[in-house]
Design a protein around this ligand. Sequence first.
Ligand SMILES: [Zn+2]
Ligand SMILES: [Zn+2]
Length: 332
Amino acid sequence: MEQTKKCPSCGGTMIFNPGFKSLLCQSCGRKDIIPELVSKIPVEEMDFLTAQNTASHDWGMEAKLVQCKQCGGVTIQNKLQMSGFCPFCGSTTVEAADPAQDIMAPNGVIPFEITEKRALYIFKDWIKDRFLAPELLAQNAQLNKFYGVYVPLFTFDVLTINRFTGHYNENNRTLFKSGRFQHQVDDFPVVASKQLSTDKLLLNVIKDYRTNEAKPYTPDALAGFPCEHYSVGLSEAWNGIGSEMDSYLKNQALRQVESKFLMGIQMATEYYNLKYKYLVVPVWINSFFYDNKLYTVLINGQTGKIDGQWPKSFGTFAKKTAMFFLGSFGIE
Ligand SMILES: [Zn+2]
Ligand SMILES: [Zn+2]
């Protein structure tokens, strides 16, 4: 098993190079394309029912669980490339826990397309419309660093057979309508991160992936980047899908009746041939504490979509402070 990526030219450490599907040597600048990331091979759809027996636990590297003492976030890091910080809150009080042998390894990866520099520009644009207080600058040196991390995402494929009833109004009369349809659900995403799924804004960012562009898992794509340990297991992810899948299928039902606006839809659904993919997907995280509360801003590492939390109580110092603040990023 390969332990770490050493540069064939100079022996330096190679890390994943966002946007280039390649490894980059930190010492001499050598770039090596990662074959898996340029292959046309799709990520395998895994059978849900036999997942326990067939899921891989091989991360392709010596992986360690690392837990943050400040925010509790758990990441998986290459033992020989441990970064020593927490990507969720920036804290350096992290502790290496157990080896990650028993933790299911992903079968697909979406590599970083957005570079750290690009992430800063996206952030700069976003922040222009928001207010900043001077205290923030004083208290939060951490804010001017983006951390890249891979986050776990399950996607589900399933064949559904649906029966529905509903009613609609026509000429002041209530009419009933029922129907039956079959629908193949493709790549329905469930975020397996409790750390980032507590907030709707953050969820919007981590559901925005083009999952059909995922590539077969390779540890090279993770070189130099921690990967969050899934805190929602595979079964839990599927079992918790209920209401979201419901509203998705109700929308499909509405398409069956075209122009009629159905109300009070009742549905019964049977599921067949459940398959899943376990992907790790890239995000840039910027987080900071304000009034003892952790705020997080996320940028989707594939699409550049940004959203996040921001203290609502900030004053109206906006422009001047913002300009100074952004200047400290060195991107003005
Ligand atoms: Zn080198
Ligand atoms: Zn943390």
